[in-house]
Write a protein that binds this ligand. Structure first.
Ligand code: HEM
Length: 490
């Protein structure tokens, strides 16, 4: 038997990437158009790219094997890190911002509210809230009034979430909350401004906004808890009120309950609203998709409302939603900090550096997505899904930190998309080009998205199927090209 040759230390391999400029690195390109910059990195340097953003060394990781290693296989090595700290300003220490044993205990405590049967039980809430909105839309359609789609979707998802998980009817204040959610996004993402360096007692605009956010949300939290104390209703409130710390056996403190409640409200409704907005616009701009969708909705629902059983049979609707989440994943980048060293895609990742995972960039990787800028729901037939690596597509993340609300979100998306398309045709109002905003919490359109509604009742008769149900093409020119880069649509 020959003695084993001692392993020669492997030479450090640094991932390729842009040089950037002294001190700032690639911060300028990042700030100019983050999505375009990150997509360009994958195109020019590959699936693991190294860059400097000011003082930070950051690796963008987009290949399925490497993403799997970060989110699943070696997830313990990748914690939330400094880039998540800003979230804490508003949300405090909740599921989204915490790590380790604290996070594990909290996730376990609230998980039952998100299990399959519990989630299916919310269908009546989704249907009721959507019907209330559509009844208002009847009047708007008749009057030819434009509709601000993003605001409507934010209101709908907020009402649905609040009723479903907290048995609390937030409707009366939801318009105020929309403004507050905008403030939240701004406060969490506009950092490093001169106002932050001023003494904390000075009433700057940012501080005023933070105070307003806390004031409004603390009232919501108090109302939710009061509702539970009075009625005992609310699946998630009940889990939180009865949760105990696994080490001390003590009930959750008021602060713990407040932070988790806020986390669920904020993480749960804006993302779903953004996705609804993109899905409805994609349908509006692709008449053949609209036609096929209308046919399925009529066949499966027969003019009635969706329920827990028939939503499962809306297979094409599901493919449309999946494709929309591919092209427009609401949470489009999420950062991690490497605790120890690792190797990703053959390249060294040093301890303390940051790793950026981006569903948006991975979902446009031409190695797995032919013609990635084209909207094609047939990428999501069961066979096509089986043939792709699992981690080529991850709008909800993966591994232990995967989105806790993913089944709820998918059910909401499918149900609401079906109900809206059952009653209305949506078309964009000319002049409202779709463009992504700066790197904000979610992949929101830059400006308000104003749309016009045409009642399917009056145009073609509700419940009619087949080609007669095809709407007039979108009013005005359909937005063309890639909203991230401005390149022509394929
Ligand atoms: C289309 C809708 C949604 C999308 C695209 C989405 C996406 C995501 C993603 C990508 C993550 C993982 C982030 C990371 O790993 O750093 C996440 C986490 C999370 N999401 Fe969602 N989400 C959606 C809807 C919801 C809903 C409906 C809820 C709750 C009602 C929710 C609650 C959460 C929470 C609490 C976390 C943190 C989970 C943890 O770390 O344990 N999300 N979401």
């Amino acid at each position: 038997m020959t003695a084993a040759t001692p392993a020669t230390p492997r030479a450090a391999t640094t991932a390729p990437g842009p040089k950037g400029v002294p001190l700032l690195g690639s911060l300028g390109s990042w700030r100019r158009n983050t999505a375009e910059f990150l997509l360009g990195l994958q195109r020019d340097y590959g699936e693991v790219v190294r860059m400097r953003l000011g003082p930070m060394t950051v690796h963008q990781v987009t290949g399925p094997e490497a993403v799997h290693q970060v989110l699943v296989k070696n997830h313990g090595n990748y914690v939330r890190g400094p880039l998540y700290e800003q979230f804490g300003v508003v949300m405090g220490k909740g599921l989204l911002t915490s790590d380790g044993e604290y996070w594990r205990g909290h996730r376990r405590a609230v998980q039952p509210a998100f299990q399959k049967n519990a989630v299916l039980g919310i269908v009546p809430n989704i249907v009721r809230a959507t019907e209330e909105m559509l009844d208002e839309w009847d009047g708007k359609a008749a009057r030819g009034e434009p509709v601000d789609l993003m605001t409507e979707m934010l209101r709908l998802t907020l009402v649905t979430l609040s009723r479903s998980l907290f048995a609390y009817d937030i409707k009366p204040s939801s318009r105020v909350l929309k403004q507050i959610v905008d403030d939240v996004v701004e406060v969490m993402f506009r950092r490093g401004t001169a106002s932050e360096m001023l003494p904390s007692w000075l009433p700057t605009d940012r501080k005023r906004k933070i105070d307003r956010i806390h004031h409004v949300f603390d009232k919501v939290v108090a109302d939710v808890r009061e509702t539970y104390a009075r009625t005992g209703d609310g699946s998630l409130t009940s889990l939180m009120e009865q949760a105990v710390d696994p080490v001390t056996g003590e009930p959750w403190t008021d602060q713990e309950i407040r932070d988790e409640l806020l986390t669920i409200y904020l993480a749960g409704h804006e993302t779903t609203a953004v996705s609804l907005c993109w899905t409805l616009l994609s349908i509006a701009n692709h008449p053949p998709v609209q036609e096929e969708l209308g046919g399925e909705i009529d066949r499966v629902l027969g003019g009635g409302p969706p329920d827990a059983e028939n939503t499962d049979a809306l297979t094409y609707t599901k493919m449309v939603v999946d494709e929309s989440l591919r092209m427009h994943p609401p949470i489009w980048i999420f950062p991690r900090a490497a605790v120890g060293p690792d190797t990703l895609g053959g390249y060294d990742i040093e301890a303390g550096s940051s790793v950026l995972v981006s569903p948006l960039v991975s979902h446009h990787n031409p190695r797995y997505w032919d013609n990635p800028l084209a909207f094609d729901p047939y990428r999501f037939t069961p066979q096509a899904v089986r043939e792709r690596p699992r981690m080529a597509y991850f709008p909800f993340g993966a591994g232990p930190r995967q989105c806790i609300g993913n089944s709820m979100a998918l059910l909401e998306l499918r149900t609401i998309v079906a109900m809206i398309n059952q009653r209305f045709r949506i078309s964009m109002i000319p002049g409202h080009a779709l463009q992504y905003g700066s790197p904000v919490i979610s992949l929101r359109p830059l400006r308000d998205v104003m749309v016009r509604l045409a009642s399917r009742d009056r145009t073609h008769g509700r419940g009619s199927a087949g080609p007669a149900a095809v709407p007039a093409p979108a009013e005005g020119p359909a937005p063309s090209g890639c909203p991230y880069t401005g390149t022509p649509d394929a």
